[in-house]
Design a binder for this molecule. Structure first.
Ligand SMILES: Nc1ncnc2c1ncn2[C@@H]1O[C@H](COP(=O)(O)OP(=O)(O)OP(=O)(O)O)[C@@H](O)[C@H]1O
Ligand SMILES: [Mg+2]
Length: 367
């Protein structure tokens, strides 16, 4: 059982501040995913929670207890790294039991815990092997096993699957989801992979340059990004952005926007935008339709590259200097260099003011 709370956490490395006052409230048993561009501070935040780096300012609490000066081994936290970090001269069993042996845990207890972890991760047959006799996926399972045997309340994963090939990643992703279901521990997981973030997370934390941009469920972030950065970061292929301008504001929640020499009336939060303001119009590739009949905006696109994946087709095109990516069905056989006319519906549009703040509020589907 572990809740984690960060209050105004700041990290400076030699006077350079890299984490600028992060506040986070993570619930017991939650699967939390940190995403954000390279260098935004994901690993640093994990290391601060693990105790591998000191917090410069602010407070870290686990289960309501201040952890700022508690030693890493006493935090109830185990970390799994991208690089596995296994001892090459030890067998799988020895690697998994090493931490427990160092802590003087009784041999029978070690045996039972290693055997439990080996069962969960299907490592029983491999306990006598050395790391070099294992595949990448098996090594990563040993690294996870080493964390499990410590029975931590919090698991921290720093891009654990990024060294694996695509097929193994899918396999391991499902195993990690099952592991979370089984152990019900609080887990924080760093990844660059959109699918991992969307499928594993109860809660995604989007970071940018040492700040939290938005925290929410995967579907909240997809349907209701707080700003242009999150909108562009969550979703694959990423959201398209077109330049627009506010022509008029009719009442407190309807604005007329000019985009691509057309105008469209959108329901927006008019307190955050003014007439003549330059705005960014956002549309996800999957919401650009080949059917233009009921469209509120129609665009003619010159297709640079068409990618036919069988079930899906991605078209990368442009109109009047704007680049646009669209996702259509695999039945679309457009070729490079051809033109297509596509339609966009109002209810699929996003709009951001000149400061990048979201102006529309989209419903988040719920069961
Ligand atoms: N030990 C250190 N000394 C000085 N600066 C550091 C140190 N560790 C990290 N930083 C800086 O802190 C910032 C955040 O780094 P961090 O490793 O947390 O990024 P990240 O989000 O994990 O990136 P990536 O996706 O590339 O792994 C970077 O600007 C990095 O250069
Ligand atoms: Mg990192």
């Amino acid at each position: 059982m572990a809740t984690i709370k960060l209050t105004n956490v700041i990290k400076r490395f030699h006077d350079i501040e890299t984490i600028h006052g992060v506040n986070l409230d993570l619930q017991d048993g939650e699967f939390v995913v940190f995403v954000g561009p390279s260098g935004c501070g994901k690993s640093t935040l994990l290391r601060l929670i693990a105790g591998l780096e000191d917090i410069t300012d602010g407070k870290l609490e686990i289960n309501g207890i201040n952890m700022n000066s508690v030693a890493p081994a006493d935090r109830g936290v185990a970390m799994v790294f991208q690089s596995y970090a296994l001892y090459p001269h030890m067998t799988v069993e020895e690697n998994m039991s090493f931490g427990l042996r160092m802590n003087g845990v009784a041999p029978e207890k070690i045996k039972a815990q290693v055997s439990d972890a080996a069962n969960i991760l299907q490592l029983n047959e491999l306990l006598d092997r050395k790391p070099k006799q294992l595949s990448g996926g098996q090594r990563q399972r040993v690294a996870i096993g080493r964390a499990i045997v410590r029975q931590p309340e919090v698991f921290l994963f720093d891009e654990p699957l990024s060294n694996l090939d695509a097929e193994l990643r899918v396999d391991m992703r499902i195993q990690i989801a099952q592991l979370h279901n089984k152990l019900k521990a609080t887990m924080i997981y760093v990844t660059h992979d959109q699918v991992e973030a969307m499928t594993l997370a109860d809660k995604i934390v989007v970071l940018r340059a040492g700040n939290v941009e938005q925290v929410g469920s995967p579907l909240e972030l997809y349907h209701n990004p707080a700003n242009e950065f999150v909108a562009g970061f969550i979703g694959s292929p990423k959201m398209n952005f077109l330049e627009g301008k506010v022509v008029s504001i009719d009442n407190k929640d309807i604005a007329v926007i000019e985009i691509a020499n057309q105008t469209v009336e959108l329901e927006v939060d008019c307190t955050k935008v003014s007439v003549n303001e330059k705005v960014k119009f956002g549309i996800r590739p999957e919401h650009v339709k080949e059917n233009t009949q009921d469209a509120d905006l129609t665009l003619s696109l010159d297709i640079d590259v068409a990618e036919h994946l069988g079930g899906l087709t991605y078209l990368y095109g442009q109109f009047e200097g704007n680049k646009l990516t669209i996702e259509v069905s695999g039945a679309n056989l457009t070729r490079n260099g051809e033109s297509v006319t596509v339609g966009i519906k109002k209810e699929d549009c996003y709009l951001f003011n000149s400061r990048g703040e979201a102006l529309v509020n989209r419903p988040v589907p719920e069961r």
